[in-house]
Design a protein around this ligand. Sequence first.
Ligand SMILES: Cc1cc2nc3c(=O)[nH]c(=O)nc-3n(C[C@H](O)[C@H](O)[C@H](O)COP(=O)(O)OP(=O)(O)OC[C@H]3O[C@@H](n4cnc5c(N)ncnc54)[C@H](O)[C@@H]3O)c2cc1C
Length: 480
Amino acid sequence: MKKIHVIGGGLAGPEAALQAADAGCQVTLFEMRPHRSTEAHQTQDFAELVCSNSLKSESENSAPWLLKQEMRQAGSFLLRAADETAVPAGHALAVDRELFSAKVAAMIEAHPNITVVREEVTHLNENDADTITILASGPLTSAPLAAELARLTGADHLAFYDSISPIVDASTIDMDKVYFAARWDKGTADYINCPFNKDEYNAFIDALTGAEKIEAKAWEALPADGQPTEVTTAYSDLTTDHSPLNNTPVAAKLQYFEGCLPIEETARRGRDTLRFGPMKPAGLTNPKTGRWPYACVQLRQENLRADSYNLVGFQNHLKFGEQARVLRLIPGLEHATFLRYGQIHRNTYIHAPSLLTETLQLKAHPGILIAGQLSGVEGYTESIASGLLAGRYAAALACGEQPTPAPRLSANGSLVHYITHCDTKKFQPANITFDLLQPLDESERKAIRDKKERHKLQCDRALAAWEQWMQAQRSPALAT
Ligand SMILES: Cc1cc2nc3c(=O)[nH]c(=O)nc-3n(C[C@H](O)[C@H](O)[C@H](O)COP(=O)(O)OP(=O)(O)OC[C@H]3O[C@@H](n4cnc5c(N)ncnc54)[C@H](O)[C@@H]3O)c2cc1C
């Protein structure tokens, strides 16, 4: 049996390692931290959540719920850890990030088939016939490894950006001005809501749009037409082991992921745009007035101690001093202490439609699989999901079998179907949504008018197809 190397101890890597090890394979898991860190990680822990602590919706028959249900059915190790370390977050699955990482570390340490190597991988050997490699080094893959990937994949390798929300010390929130509520009274009232009147909102928007931004650096620059830069340009310094953060500022346009736009960018699109986005007041009745406020910022609990909260959807690219000034205009946060400010970070991913098979193997080098954000999926849960698949596919390959791709009808299969079949010119990393699932046929759409009912049918089909696929799987290594 071939050995399996997993590169990256973030979200996809540990899930892949545990899946392959559980199937009976010998796995070596490489992680470069603490010797070398990324621009976003703050610990040396496995499965560090670098920004929000949310693994998204748990509302039944929503697309993120479906993805998680499939993963639970397939015995996802990281989802089990998430379920065991969940903190109250209304309809979402949010975790205590430290406990979550500790659980994942314990599972890895306890597994007899996993060896952990704490070193930076700088070379990929595509000709090693004895090893299956899963590359799960994430959106902040270190420079030498990204250069190696560029060598193997050619120039179809992109770089772009997304962002981090600020975190506030709970003890510094003015609780007389804010209130706990669940939107539309659905679920428990776990969010703290900071209500704005019209004047407060307008003053906030003026301050936000006038605040000073951090300038784009050469390493994150994109051409003025906003098209993603090819790796040869975006990583021009890779081979010199140069920290991209040290490059000098240039006047260039950043390409943001639409789902993660900085608030100052959203505010620039129109005075009311934030009121219809992350500051939406609908359904958040203020008990003091009995009405919805004009606008609202929601704060989500960060940990089980409830001593810190993140500002939901408030990622931004402002200078830290400016953030303190602007964010203290939020009612209730006038005297807030910020434990972390919003930030923008590099995000690296391959051009999956050109490069990957449906079993996450590089077409040109089938002994190398790509998982996690690097493969073109977007989000914590999606990264774990692709790690789960990659671990299982790698286990089959290690035993000389060709793995069967996850079914198209399932959420997991749809996600990989999207990244591997998307129009090559339009490719952008994706979260799981119903748009990616196999649509109902015309007659079904006509027969079922209610969107919720249609989603339920899609979910039922997905779970049935997924169950069937899992039944057909066996642990190839254990079976021999
Ligand atoms: C700044 C930022 C904020 C984000 N915020 C969110 C969010 O709030 N919610 C959300 O759902 N998604 C978010 N994402 C997107 C994505 O879900 C996360 O990046 C997620 O952690 C991706 O999982 P991963 O396993 O692919 O990569 P990672 O979790 O980053 O893991 C990759 C690991 O590989 C290691 N590594 C890198 N290079 C090497 C090397 N050469 N040798 C050995 N090890 C190496 C890294 O140290 C890291 O531990 C964010 C991404 C970024 C960059």
